[in-house]
Design a protein around this ligand. Structure first.
Ligand SMILES: NC(=O)c1ccc[n+]([C@@H]2O[C@H](COP(=O)([O-])OP(=O)(O)OC[C@H]3O[C@@H](n4cnc5c(N)ncnc54)[C@H](OP(=O)(O)O)[C@@H]3O)[C@@H](O)[C@H]2O)c1
Length: 255
């Protein structure tokens, strides 16, 4: 059974992947979707052209992995694509966020890094030559960010993990793409806090376009998918300019 597995499928880019994957993989039998909001996943399933199987649950907790483990063992799916889309951010200084919610930043590490790694390890034995992994990193992965410090660090992990894993899996013909967009218009900002940077507001992208680009880049076996000219410029800039200097500029801009 040819399957795609998508985490974070109840909204934003994850949901968009579910909507678009069927057009890129015409012979998919099922898409397995994971997120906490079951009713959202049910609505997505009703409108999907590919059969959708729902695994509702919190990726920071064990039960959803048990359900997935059982399904994998019983069905031995041929996983053609894994999209690790679940993730969240929280803006503010590390101390301010910790004062408001002492657990949320470690929860962020658990979801953005640990859950993504765990999902990858669970799915890999069911992937073969031509399969693809798409990991939602962020342009925040390119350099440290004050007032988004933990989030940017988790995304640097995702980018580094994706590139290292991609190099390892080349021999098996499995391609790993890290998707690194700038701001994308999704529910992300309901959780992270509203955008107050005019520059970020100006470069806000649309989820369908970012996802379309990511699927095209994955098909071309690219290790990195960076949407739009502004973020491509940011990517080059963060390679050329020392990060100490970028941090100073970022501090100035936030004053
Ligand atoms: N939007 C941006 O500006 C932007 C830019 C760069 C990268 N990204 C990254 O892209 C990915 C997708 O973000 P998005 O913009 O599409 O945000 P979104 O609309 O808020 O979607 C986040 C998804 O993650 C799921 N999720 C959150 N916590 C979860 C948990 N504990 N267990 C299982 N699922 C969980 C949510 O589902 P439930 O709430 O139903 O569980 C939702 O489906 C994230 O990794 C984000 O860091 C976003």
């Amino acid at each position: 059974m040819k399957t795609a597995v998508v985490t974070g499928a109840s909204s934003g880019m994850g949901r968009e992947f579910v909507r678009q994957i069927g057009y890129f993989y015409r012979d998919l039998d099922e898409i397995w979707v994971i997120a906490r909001r079951k009713e959202r996943l049910e609505r997505l399933a009703e409108n999907s052209r590919v059969q959708v199987r729902i695994f509702d649950g919190d990726l920071r907790k064990k039960p959803v992995y048990r359900k997935l483990y059982t399904a994998l063992k019983e069905e031995h799916p041929d996983i053609r694509m894994l999209v690790n889309g679940a993730g969240f951010g929280k803006s503010g200084t590390v101390e301010k966020i910790a004062g408001e919610d002492p657990k949320i930043q470690t929860d962020m590490v658990d979801l953005n890094c640990r859950a993504l790694t765990r999902m990858t390890l669970m799915c890999l034995p069911y992937m073969s030559a031509g399969s693809r992994i798409i990991n939602l990193a962020s342009a925040a992965a390119f350099c440290p960010q004050p007032s988004f410090a933990v989030y940017a660090a988790t995304k640097s992990y995702v980018l580094s993990f994706s590139r290292g894993l991609g190099a390892e899996l080349q021999k098996r013909g499995i391609c790993v793409t890290a998707v690194c967009p700038g701001p994308v218009d999704t529910e992300f900002f309901t959780v992270s806090g509203a955008l107050n940077s005019p520059l970020k507001k100006l470069t806000m992208a649309k989820a369908p376009q970012v996802v379309h680009q990511a699927l095209k880049d994955s098909r071309k076996r690219k290790a990195l998918s960076v949407f739009g000219l502004p973020m491509k410029a940011v990517h080059v800039g963060t390679k050329l300019i020392p990060h100490g200097l970028i941090l100073k500029i970022e501090e100035r801009l936030s004053e």
